[in-house]
Ligand binder design. Structure first.
Ligand code: F0G
Length: 451
């Protein structure tokens, strides 16, 4: 018989203990945290699926790079290695390091957008939306029709609705659209990939109208692997070749290296436009740092330069995508409603379908996330009404899997906890909002159980 078990393609050199709490302790901790899992202390969490951002385990090679890091203020060889690695994959002329993705976003939108502009995206992530809105522009989500149905098995639900983009350009006018963005994979839409065909169609349309196309490239390696698995004509290409082909369709990108950069901090902004790059570097110096380090230590640049290459390793991607799909399959087989098919970095539970008796105004996603913590010490995140307010199309609970951190038995435990909560779903109650900031309110909001 052929061997089919997919194992973690690494062995463990250093371990970190994780800590159990009792249910009574968790009840008290949750109350003290205002029923907002962001406000919990990480030591009180057993399995932390809050995010896959900055939470991955670095490789031996990355740690070796950390030791090699050169901390020269200007012209560090660590920057040269970082830039060469980024350029090999992404191909853009200017590579501007930033401390994380949102710093790249802030600089990009400050330079390119003004009040009254419109930025179409397949789906903005929360920081991207906030940064667009902060400069007075409108962040417009144009996901494909299939993305709106969580049960739809379409292989590329991250795609942009190209017809809607064309209508938008006609309606608002090319001069009010300084750029179009494609988020790969589409995080807020369920971690779903964008196909090469869709990226090409968006690119052609943008360029016909003289509009630059930028990628939000956080999970570019996972997206490339999905293309390899699912899009005709790509099965013989390497993930790196696929990524290179995709980035050629654009004019630049923002990147959070905390995801497919396999690093704990870092990001970058790329562009082919010399004049824009100069303005971006000027802003960078104001708040991030000199253009050869951009708010990062030389050692961080090394970790990112090595990490983006490791993220494209096929053994790694096979395990990564299989592990996430396994979690999705195990719970959906028992009836738990999830966004289908499973995404790359996370499983998204459809909380409105899981808790149909909890109205949207009482945050079904938050209610479900809190129950998973109470049941098994698992921390997840709501992507729904608390995060996006009335703009939320869905109420989701995201179980994001940190890279190279948890094993198969951790995932089996997560499956058991979810199924236990599924059994008693009818008793779960919603929550009322007590306080929240005007934007990115999910980070600090406080809630209380509804009567
Ligand atoms: N774009 C996408 C698609 C993201 O998922 C994130 C971060 C960012 C931009 C911003 O990058 O955190 O480095 O500033 N997503 C994290 C998450 C926070 O949990 O999904 P950042």
């Amino acid at each position: 018989m052929p061997i089919t078990t997919i194992i973690e393609p690494f062995r463990i050199k250093s371990v970190e203990p994780i800590r159990w709490t009792t249910r009574e302790q968790r009840e008290n901790l949750l109350k003290a945290a205002g029923y907002n899992l962001f406000l919990l202390a990480a030591k009180d969490v057993l399995i932390d699926l809050l995010t896959d951002s900055g939470t991955g385990a670095m490789s031996t090679e990355q740690w070796a790079g950390v030791m090699r890091g050169d901390e020269s203020y200007a012209g560090s060889p660590s920057f040269t290695r970082f830039r060469d690695s980024v350029q090999e994959i992404f191909g853009y002329r200017h590579v501007i390091p930033t401390h994380q993705g949102r710093a790249a976003e802030r600089i990009l939108f400050s330079v390119m957008c003004k009040k009254g502009d419109v930025v179409p995206n397949n789906t903005h992530f929360d920081t991207t939306r906030a940064n667009v809105e902060f400069v007075g522009a409108e962040a417009m989500d144009l996901p494909c029709a299939e993305a709106k149905n969580p049960a739809d098995q379409h292989p590329f639900k991250g795609n942009m609705d190209v017809a809607a983009l064309e209508q938008t350009i006609t309606r608002v006018g090319r001069e009010r659209i300084p750029l179009v963005m494609l988020t790969v994979t589409n995080n807020s839409g369920g971690g779903q990939p964008v196909s090469m065909a869709n990226a090409r169609a968006v690119s052609e349309l943008c360029h016909k109208h003289g509009i630059p196309l930028y990628f939000d490239a956080c999970r570019f390696a996972e997206n490339a692997y999905f293309i390899k698995l699912r899009e005709p004509g790509y099965s013989d290409k390497t993930p790196k070749q696929i990524a290179q082909e995709m980035f050629k369709l654009g004019d630049g990108c923002t990147m959070s290296a905390k995801k497919d950069g396999m690093a704990n901090i870092g990001g970058f902004l790329c562009t082919n436009d010399d004049a824009l790059a100069q303005q971006e570097k000027n802003l960078l110096i104001l708040t991030e740092g000199y253009p050869t380090y951009g708010g990062l230590a030389g050692r961080d640049l090394e970790a990112v330069g090595i990490g983006i290459q490791e993220a494209l390793n096929e053994d790694y991607l096979r395990y990564r995508i299989a592990s996430t799909a396994y979690l999705g399959r195990k719970i959906s087989e028992q009836g738990v409603p999830i966004i289908q098919p499973p995404g790359g970095h996370a499983i998204y539970i459809d909380a409105r379908a899981f808790l149909p008796h909890v109205p949207q105004s009482q945050f079904p996603g938050v209610a479900l996330a809190n129950e998973l913590y109470l049941e098994g010490g698992i921390r997840s995140v709501e992507i729904g009404t608390l995060m996006f307010d009335q703009a939320a199309r869905m109420d989701l609970v995201r179980l994001a899997i940190p890279r190279r951190v948890y094993t198969q038995s951790h995932i089996d435990y997560v499956v058991e906890v979810i199924l236990e909560v599924w059994q008693r779903r009818k008793q779960i109650k919603g929550l009322n909002l007590i306080s929240g900031a005007p934007f990115l309110r999910h980070f600090s909001a406080r809630l209380a159980p509804a009567d």
